[in-house]
Design a protein around this ligand. Structure first.
Ligand SMILES: [Cu+2]
Length: 210
């Protein structure tokens, strides 16, 4: 069992553009070595109720005995569709409290949408291929995005005001509460976040207690 370390150091800098009432928050996440941190989820939560901008649906493909992408974000009540572009069958499952399910998907098939109606993170595995892992981040927050290979993500149409940014990553310590960074949005804004990641690969067996 690997111990996981989580250390989030955040800093936000706002570039003023005072004539707009909604803005884009450009998120840049790096690890403790300064390298881009892909597959991180950044959410923004505010005091006032804002409509969700998180996607209603995400697609997780299966290719070369991997789930792709590693992390998707959907809004609470949204769903995930699984596709199988492998030459073999997979048995997709989740034991996570957020959503529990299990089904077979043959090569070339597309699953029915799997609805996620509780916020949190579901770890997805395959009963046939133990190394296959993916994570569905189910967001209650109105804004959520997953960082790309450059560690970047854009949160668009964010109303001006004060927000709380949270960062999650599959290689962060299990059960640890994420750091919260206050973010003032007064125009297009860059949010730079740092996260210390465990060097170990994100194996699904470590995540059964999600
Ligand atoms: Cu499989």
């Amino acid at each position: 069992m690997f111990q996981r370390l989580l250390c989030i150091l955040g800093c936000a800098s706002a570039l003023a553009c005072t004539t707009v009432s909604a803005a884009t928050v450009h998120v840049v996440v790096t690890d403790s070595a300064g390298k881009p941190a892909a597959s991180a989820v950044v959410t923004l939560t505010g005091d006032a109720g804002a409509a969700s901008h998180v996607p209603l649906r995400a697609i997780i493909d299966q290719r070369d005995e991997m789930f792709l992408p590693l992390v998707v974000a959907v809004r609470k009540g949204g769903d995930v569709v699984f596709t199988n572009n492998d030459a073999t069958m997979h048995q997709v499952y989740s034991f996570s409290p957020v959503k529990q399910f299990e089904f077979e998907i043959d090569k070339g098939e597309v699953s029915k949408p799997v609805v996620f109606d509780k916020p949190g993170v579901a770890a997805i595995g395959c009963n046939i291929h133990d190394n296959m892992v993916a994570y569905v981040f189910v967001a209650d927050a109105p804004f959520a995005a997953v960082t790309d290979d450059k560690g970047t993500a854009n949160l668009r149409d964010v109303p001006e005001g004060t927000w709380r940014a949270l960062l999650w990553h599959p290689q962060a310590r299990i059960g640890e509460k994420p750091a919260v960074v206050a973010l003032k949005v007064g125009g297009d804004t860059t949010l730079a976040l740092k996260i210390a990641l465990n060097a170990a690969p994100a194996m699904r067996r470590m995540h059964k207690d999600y």
